[in-house]
Structures are given as structure tokens and as C-alpha cells.
Ligand binder design. Structure first.
Ligand SMILES: Cc1cc2nc3c(=O)[nH]c(=O)nc-3n(C[C@H](O)[C@H](O)[C@H](O)COP(=O)(O)OP(=O)(O)OC[C@H]3O[C@@H](n4cnc5c(N)ncnc54)[C@H](O)[C@@H]3O)c2cc1C
Length: 456
């Protein structure tokens, strides 16, 4: 237990909340605080598994009285360092989606995963602008901006937020919209943390039932031709096309489908918003660029959007590092494949480059705190699940790849794509410098005592 906290205090908290309260060493705390990345193990002084907004208020007030820094976790997909002090509020019990059919706005509970939103929206012929994985939490993802398989057409997910309800450091329940507490509304769309606990988010959905999308797989011998074709092709496509390529080294294990087991491939992910014939026509040059050994692109319901990237959905140890890129060209491909291609010995299970720009580069009226709008590509390296390599081998190998592609790396990036945060300077690069400074001012205005711990 944290120094200065009496068992009576905690007993009072237990009585006051309808959810669960765990102290360090209590059975159940480890499961409650578990992260998607199992290499990170949280061990805070107190965990409050909130069930209601009133529980969150109680937890925040308790933390304030006892000077415990407050952390928030929904699914644990975004954990980047172990929490060893303070009070962690988990929101996994606060799930649910309700949709106003007149406005197409979904009210989304704090702990809701994208999958639940996608399913609820699809019943009305609607879709949220999600990320690549529907297993990720809707709120944590959107607070960072949110770039997914439809981003070039519809922008960042944060651009579709119409309001937040949150508990602030003084224990009040506050609204943040374009008309109310505008500074908070600006900051919550991209600023990510240190502002409060969001208990509900209102997100406008788009009328969309189908896309023409899926994945093309190119075997090792054809990776270079396919990637060179993709790099030229992205400069020709309209904003209705969002795509990415990933160099994937599939491990030779049973969990991987036989067709992919043990293979080193280029996985091209494609989504087109419009009619199928046009989607097929636009993809034609890539289908013709090199032989594919798996072609999974076709008409798909938006409820299957997660199958485009097919991200891992089981927790495990993970290491990743991300950044954004300025415009890429054939020289980039040469340098990148020399350091990360078939002949390179790299401990990364996947290195993905996403093409963004389009609607994602257009700032909203009144602005948002979203970082990385202007750089047209993201790059993320995801390590093999071998924790012994996380400390030295992966940072060194990622440095080696970065050194080769340095001329294309953008100075600014986005917090959701930063991955392993090695320094304060790297953290700051997740926003334009003026937004970073304005975020610091907004956090100070709403949380002068820095109750909500955020940053490295
Ligand atoms: C497999 C995978 C795929 C991903 N794909 C994408 C993608 O396509 N696009 C993209 O943009 N990002 C992507 N991400 C990154 C992801 O958006 C972030 O990691 C995000 O923070 C996850 O949110 P979460 O709530 O699921 O995770 P958590 O670890 O539970 O939360 C992460 C952080 O979000 C904040 N937070 C969460 N809930 C609240 C709340 N109610 N109130 C206040 N703060 C809160 C806290 O700061 C918390 O530390 C991916 C991550 C993974 C692991």
C-alpha cells in the first residue's frame, strides 16, 4: 500500500464504488491491470475497476486526497511503460454503444472496443472510422487521433468526434464539445493523455456498408517489384483509396495459416470506398506488377474491416517503434530493402508503411491537437515476441534501418504510431511544436497539480 494510505481509506473507497478495488498484492490485481503487451506488467498502489461515471469520480477524488498519480487503461493496447505507483482506473466494465439514428452519432462507453462499435453501426448501414484492429479500445485510439484503413477517404477518427464527457482532476463531470470547453475539446482530439478520464465519447458514423478491400500477398522473390510498383502507384491514386505494405516474416508455427507459415512476404493492404468495378480497376496495376500467391481483395462488408490488416488479437510480449515519413520514392525502396529486405537479418515480425494524406491531411475547422497530419506515410517496426531482444537487439536493429532511411523520416509524427518511447524529445515529436506547447498549457489549466500522469 502507498505510504500514508490507511486501510480505512481504502475501505471507504471500496464502499463508495460499485466496481472493484484492488490493492497491490491483492489477488486479481495482475489480471485487472494486464496489458495487451505482456512484456509490460503494471503494479500500481491501487486499481479501481470502474463500472460507472460515479466510480470514476470517487477514484479521482480518492487519488487527489492521497496525492496518487492517476492512470487510465481500457484494453492495454497502448501501454508503453510499467505503472509502478499511483492509482490505475480500468474501464473494461464501462462498455456499450448507443446510436442516434437521426444524427448517426454513436455514444461510446469508456471501455468499448472498436469491434462492438463496428457491429452496432452495421445494423443501421453505418460505420465508424476505425483503426486496423477492431480489438483496440475506441477511446484510447481516438484520443491519439486514429489512422486506419479508411483514413485517406475520411481523415483521422478524431475528426468525427462530436463530444466527450470526462471526469477532470477536480472530480467534476465535464462536457467538451465545439461549443463547450472548446480548449479541452481541441486537446482531447489528438492530445491523448493528461486531461481527464473520458467516460463517454460521441462519434459521428458514416453511411457505409461495403468497401472493396482486403490483402494481396507477394512471395519473397517478388517483394521488390511489388513494393517499387506500390511506391509509384500511391502517387496516382485518389483519396478514396487507402493502402499500406508490410514486410512480414511469418513464424513457422501452427497458429499461422499453412499458406503463410514460415514465409517472408509483402502484404499489401487495400481499401477502396466506391463501387467494386472502380476499386478493381484502381488495384489493377498492383495485381499486374508481380505474381501474387494469395489474393484476398474483393467486396467486403464494413463489419469485416479488421480483416484487411489482420492484426494479432491475442496478448503477447511486443516491441515496436514508429515514425512518419516524407514523400517516398524508388531510392527509398533501395535503402529500405537493403536494410530490412530478404537478405537482412532483422528481428522484426512486420515492418509496415501506410499511405496516408488525403482527408487525413486536412485540418478541422477550429483545429485539433492531432499530430502527424502533414507527413504522408507512417512506418512501424514490430519486433518478434522474444523479450530478451527488446533491450538491445531491437533498438540497435531499428537504429540501423532508421540510419538508412533518414532522409525520408519526417520530423513530426503521431502519438499512436510512436511505439517504444525512448526519450522526452521523441515523445514531443508526436505533435507539431505549437500544439505540444498548447497541450501543456491546457493540461496545466485543467490539472494544475498534474494528477493525471502522462508522458515519459
Ligand atoms: C494491434 C494494434 C493495432 C493498432 N492499430 C492502430 C491503428 O490502426 N491506428 C492507430 O491510430 N493506432 C493503432 N494502434 C495504437 C492504438 O491506437 C493505441 O495504442 C491506443 O492507445 C490504444 O488504446 P486502448 O484504449 O486500446 O489502450 P489502453 O492501453 O487501454 O489505453 C492507452 C492510453 O489511452 C488513454 N486512455 C484510454 N482510455 C481512456 C479514457 N477513458 N480516458 C482517458 N484516457 C484514456 C490513456 O492515456 C491510456 O494510457 C494499434 C495498437 C495495437 C496494439
Amino acid at each position: 500500500m502507498a505510504p500514508g494510505i490507511s486501510s480505512e481509506d481504502v475501505a471507504g473507497l471500496r464502499d463508495a464504488v460499485t466496481g472493484a478495488v484492488f490493492l497491490r498484492d491483492d489477488e486479481g490485481l495482475a489480471d485487472e491491470a494486464a496489458c495487451f503487451n505482456t512484456a509490460i506488467v503494471h503494479d500500481p498502489d491501487v486499481v479501481v475497476g470502474a463500472r460507472t461515471t460515479a466510480d470514476v469520480v470517487e477514484a479521482v477524488r480518492f487519488a487527489g486526497i492521497h496525492s496518487l498519480p492517476v492512470f487510465v487503461q481500457a484494453t492495454g493496447h497502448g501501454a508503453f511503460a510499467p505503472i509502478t505507483v499511483g492509482l490505475l482506473i480500468t474501464t473494461g466494465r464501462m462498455t456499450g454503444v448507443s446510436i442516434d439514428r437521426k444524427t448517426s452519432v454513436a455514444s461510446i462507453g469508456a471501455g468499448t472496443r472498436w469491434g462492438e462499435v463496428v457491429e452496432a453501426a452495421s445494423r443501421y448501414g453505418l460505420a465508424p472510422i476505425t483503426g486496423s484492429s477492431t480489438n483496440v479500445g475506441a477511446i484510447g485510439y481516438t484520443l491519439g487521433g486514429g489512422l486506419g484503413p479508411l483514413s485517406r477517404t475520411y481523415g483521422f477518427t478524431a475528426d468525427w468526434v462530436r463530444g466527450f464527457t470526462l471526469v477532470t482532476a477536480d472530480g467534476r463531470v465535464v462536457r467538451a464539445t465545439a461549443e463547450e470547453n472548446e480548449d479541452l475539446f481541441w486537446a482531447l482530439r489528438g492530445g491523448k493523455g493528461g486531461l481527464g478520464v473520458v467516460v463517454e465519447m460521441e462519434l459521428e458514423l458514416v453511411p457505409l456498408t461495403h468497401v472493396y478491400g482486403g490483402g494481396l500477398f507477394f512471395d519473397t522473390a517478388h517483394i521488390e517489384r511489388a513494393m517499387r510498383a506500390w511506391v509509384d502507384w500511391v502517387h496516382t491514386v485518389p483519396d478514396t483509396v487507402t493502402s499500406s505494405v508490410a514486410l512480414v516474416r511469418f513464424p513457422p508455427i501452427e497458429e499461422v495459416p499453412e499458406a503463410l507459415r514460415g514465409k517472408f512476404v509483402l502484404h499489401l493492404r487495400y481499401a477502396f470506398v466506391g463501387d467494386d468495378e472502380e476499386g478493381e480497376r484502381l488495384l489493377g496495376p498492383l495485381r499486374a506488377a508481380a505474381p501474387t500467391f494469395l489474393d484476398l481483395v474483393g467486396e467486403m462488408p464494413t463489419s469485416d474491416i479488421g480483416s484487411i490488416h489482420n492484426d494479432a488479437d491475442q496478448p503477447g510480449p511486443a516491441w515496436d517503434r514508429g515514425m512518419q515519413l516524407e514523400d517516398i520514392d524508388q531510392d527509398f525502396v533501395t535503402e529500405f530493402l537493403a536494410r530490412a529486405g530478404a537478405r537482412a537479418d532483422v528481428p522484426f515480425i512486420a515492418i509496415e508503411i501506410r499511405h496516408i494524406g488525403g482527408a487525413a491531411s486536412e485540418e478541422q475547422h477550429g483545429g485539433t491537437a492531432v499530430g502527424g497530419r502533414q507527413a504522408p506515410f507512417t512506418l512501424v517496426m514490430i519486433g518478434v515476441p522474444v523479450p530478451e531482444l527488446f533491450e538491445t537487439a531491437m533498438p540497435q536493429k531499428s537504429d540501423y534501418i532508421v540510419a538508412g532511411i533518414l532522409p525520408w523520416i519526417a520530423t513530426e509524427t503521431n502519438i499512436n504510431f510512436l511505439g517504444h518511447v525512448a526519450s522526452t524529445q521523441q515523445f514531443a515529436s508526436a505533435w507539431p511544436s505549437d500544439a505540444f506547447d498548447r497541450l501543456a498549457e491546457t493540461r496545466t489549466a485543467w490539472d494544475p497539480d498534474k494528477l493525471f500522469a502522462y508522458g515519459p
